[in-house]
Design a protein around this ligand. Structure first.
Ligand code: FES
Ligand code: FES
Length: 159
């Protein structure tokens, strides 16, 4: 941190942040940076609706203070959906009928990306483990698991 400024990368572009280091990353993303695909569910690290990739790892943005963000590399659903990988996952969610109310889906897509990054050919068990921090009240998870399997198959070579 220099001059009280915090610099980090958001979806490939540099962001300079000058407000309180105590604010939550989730609030800065939604309120300051227009990243409204990042949802707030519980606000307590329990539901995964606010999931982002921070230095490549799946993280709940409601649990991250801005003071820890210097030099970090952040990807949100707004960035992921512009990539071939993101498009493949989103298409697979649609094909599997994995989207009902949709509230959990941005976080689920981020979790799916994390699963596929770690394991391009995941087992059902790998997927269940990878999305275990993301709650969905609508689907019963089966269609979501199918969507990740479909993305893995149709996106062969992307991860
Ligand atoms: S809003 Fe962050 S985990 Fe629920
Ligand atoms: S689709 Fe409604 S919470 Fe998951």
């Amino acid at each position: 941190m220099k001059d009280g400024k915090i610099r980090f990368t958001l979806n490939g572009r540099e962001v300079v942040y000058e407000d309180s280091p105590l604010r939550r990353l989730l609030d800065v993303l939604r309120e300051d940076l227009g990243e409204t695909g990042v949802k707030e569910g519980c606000g307590e690290g329990e539901c995964g609706a606010c999931s982002i990739l921070l230095d490549g790892k799946l993280v709940n943005s409601c649990m991250v203070a801005m003071g820890t963000m210097e030099g970090k590399n952040l990807m949100t659903i707004e960035g992921l959906r512009e990539t071939e990988q993101g498009k493949c996952i989103i298409d697979a969610f649609a094909e599997a009928g994995a989207v009902q109310c949709g509230f959990c889906i941005p976080g689920m897509v981020m979790a799916a990306q994390s699963v596929l990054q770690d394991s391009p050919h995941p087992s059902e068990q790998d997927i269940r483990k990878g999305i275990s921090g993301n709650l969905c009240r609508c689907t019963g998870y089966d269609q979501i698991i199918q969507a990740v399997l479909t993305a893995s198959e149709k996106g062969e070579g992307l991860w």
